[in-house]
Design a protein around this ligand. Structure first.
Ligand code: SF4
Length: 319
């Protein structure tokens, strides 16, 4: 059986010396052509058959599972990204069964799944589940060419929370694909009410969709909102969507620095840090894959404050 592994994972498997934080999660991608047509995804419509493929900013390399499986025990977690295609469920169960023999901390990222498949995955050893909702609203999901109705993603979320338990299901949301801050906030609250958690991604421009990545202040606002919600604090007492700028926030009061620190770290399953998945190593990091230092925390706070100021300049220019 073949799978793809991310470049960083390949380096670790080859025994290259990398910082500890780059060796936390083995990221695997299932082999096979994805039949979905999501406009923001480089895999959509591409034949996943070559020796390497591109997903977001990351290149993935085809490997023989037998040759790497024992080395997967070295990682804190193994994350399997799925594609949509014939017999995906069967192939996934088989893959999980093999990996669970060497590493019991397995996450699977899927689009939608019925309850029997979710139960089978749990019984084979999957510990946490990611759901690729990606779009913050049903309207946007349709516009972006998501393969299933929005209601099916929500049903998968409800079923998955029942199967895996509260706070073990992570809904993937992409920031900057055309949603408003208010829509993002409402969807995050809805997911939380259903017992799920959020993993945030910054939009990386695709050849098909074009556009730009989100502004840093917009992304930092989404991260702070997510973190406050996740820690059981009412986010709206610190930050709310801007009434003047659809991709802006208003920082109402300064949040505790330790919450800002946790907010800017990559969000998702335990240990998940997706190094440089959305950004160049030398550019601004949307998701910080290590424990941030003081400078990074203060810069994040500055970005959040700047977001408020840019709202007012938007207002002034529109008068
Ligand atoms: S949050 Fe991270 S580890 Fe969990 S499913 Fe998503 S990408 Fe994988």
């Amino acid at each position: 059986m073949h799978v793809y592994v991310s470049l960083a994972t390949l380096f670790v498997l080859r025994g290259e010396k990398l910082p500890r934080w780059m060796r936390r999660v083995a990221y695997l991608l299932m082999d096979g052509k994805c039949v979905a047509t999501c406009a923001y995804c480089e895999l959509s419509g591409a034949p996943v058959a070559g020796e390497r493929v591109k997903l977001s900013r990351v290149t993935w390399y085809k490997v023989d599972l037998r040759e790497i499986v024992s080395a997967l025990s070295e990682f804190e977690r193994v994350c399997i990204q799925t594609v949509i295609g014939p017999n995906m469920g069967r192939k996934l169960v088989q893959l999980v069964r093999i990996i669970a023999r060497v590493n019991p901390r397995i996450s699977v990222s899927i689009a939608v799944a019925g309850k029997p498949l979710l139960e089978e995955l749990r019984d084979e050893g999957v510990e946490t589940l990611g759901i690729g909702l990606d779009a913050a609203t049903p309207r946007l999901a349709m516009k972006l060419g998501k393969p299933y109705p929005y209601s099916l993603y929500m049903r998968t979320l409800r079923d998955a929370v029942e199967v895996f338990g509260d706070r073990r299901v992570y809904v993937h949301l992409i920031v900057g694909v055309g949603e408003k801050a208010s829509e993002l906030a409402a969807t995050m609250r809805h997911v939380k009410r259903l017992g799920g958690r959020i993993a945030l991604f910054a939009y990386t421009p695709s050849a098909k969709l074009g556009g730009k990545p989100p502004s840093l202040c917009y992304y930092r606002g989404a991260q702070l909102y997510r973190q406050l919600l996740d820690e059981g604090v009412n986010p709206d007492s610190y930050i709310t969507p801007s009434p003047f700028n659809p991709q802006g926030w208003v920082l109402k009061r300064t949040p505790p620095l330790e919450i800002v620190e946790r907010a800017i770290v990559t969000s998702g399953c335990p240990a998940c840090n997706r190094p440089y998945y959305n950004e160049r190593p030398r550019g601004t990091l949307y998701n910080i894959p290590w424990e941030p230092d003081k400078r990074e925390v203060y810069e994040a706070l500055e970005a959040l404050r700047a977001c408020g100021e840019s709202n007012y300049s938007n207002l002034v220019t529109s008068i």
